[in-house]
Ligand binder design. Structure first.
Ligand code: SF4
Length: 292
């Protein structure tokens, strides 16, 4: 923490000084999104989601629809692994103890119910995958940094509803360099399970930064993207250009989301992604010769 972000209290101890609040990016985003939402008119659906899946999805095919969410070993390992990451310092960096705590925390949650219904051996397999995910996260982030960072537990996601519209813009977040949203010199952390195209990664970093500035009135100073598969960290400095790119990415995704909800004609672009698309059974363009 920089000296400028600290102040002494009556006993001489330092305490963090919150960053100054500035809502100019919120104004900018409202101005960009309101005309798009206006297309919906009366009788609009109560909610139109604009999330970062839109970044990748509309690049694949404008008609792509994600399959409904269901727990899988892949999602479970990530959720358990992230919860365990937050617990690691408290259990002396013993991964199994951290995973025990993470598993216990699922009681009463949908993941806990899914784990309870796994066939014999299934839980052990998921635990093993979560342990692998956790080891990759620690190696990528750096064991010396794990305790000093603030991890979202359960895994984070924050939303902002564009005033007087059904548009709900959201972003994912796994951690930050401080545990309060208005910290000065704030770094936001994303943990990815594999590499992203550099341009998409930068657009997502801008999306996250501008949505944070919109939701909390404070621009982060950087977005740190950790690719756990390659063990690579890349820091995106938050500049006006990155924030402009974030506004453009959100605006493009909102245009696609509103167009979909209105049933606009779209040019379908089939490919390998059809194998993951919920519309493939009814889509006239679905690629049928998908690789096994
Ligand atoms: S099945 Fe393929 S072509 Fe059709 S909407 Fe889905 S991704 Fe697009």
């Amino acid at each position: 923490m920089s000296p400028a972000s600290e102040a002494a209290d009556d006993r001489g101890a330092t305490r963090p000084v919150p960053a100054a609040v500035d809502w100019s990016w919120r104004t900018r985003l409202v101005d960009a999104l309101s005309p798009i939402a206006a297309r919906l008119g009366d009788g609009a659906p109560p909610r139109v989601d604009v999330d970062t899946f839109g970044l990748a999805n509309h690049r694949r095919c404008p008609g792509f629809e994600s399959e409904p969410f269901a727990w899988s070993a892949r999602f479970a390992r990530r959720t358990l692994g992230l919860e365990a990451l937050a617990e690691l310092p408290a259990v002396g960096y013993r991964p199994n103890r951290a995973l025990d705590r993470a598993e216990a925390a699922q009681a009463g949650r949908s993941l806990g119910e899914w784990l309870a219904e796994l066939p014999p051996g299934g839980l052990s397999a998921v635990r093993a995958e979560a342990a692998t995910w956790l080891a990759a996260a620690v190696a990528t982030v750096g064991v010396g940094q794990v305790a000093g960072l603030a991890w979202e537990s359960p895994p984070g996601r924050f939303e902002w509803k564009v005033p007087h519209t059904p548009l709900l813009v959201s972003a994912r977040l796994e951690g930050a360099t401080a545990d309060h949203r208005r910290a000065t010199d704030l770094g936001l952390i994303r943990l990815l399970d594999g590499p992203l195209d550099v341009a998409v990664e930068r657009a997502e970093a801008g999306w996250l930064a501008v949505l944070h500035a919109t939701r909390f009135g404070v621009e982060p100073t950087r977005v740190i993207v950790c690719d756990l598969r390659q063990g690579r960290r890349r820091t995106h400095r938050v500049t006006p250009a990155l924030l402009d790119g974030g506004v453009a990415a959100i605006t493009t995704a909102a245009t696609v989301a509103v167009g979909r909800s209105l049933g606009d004609a779209i040019n379908l672009t089939p490919g390998r992604h059809c194998g993951y698309c919920d519309r493939r059974a009814v889509c006239p363009q679905a690629a049928l010769d998908l690789p096994v």
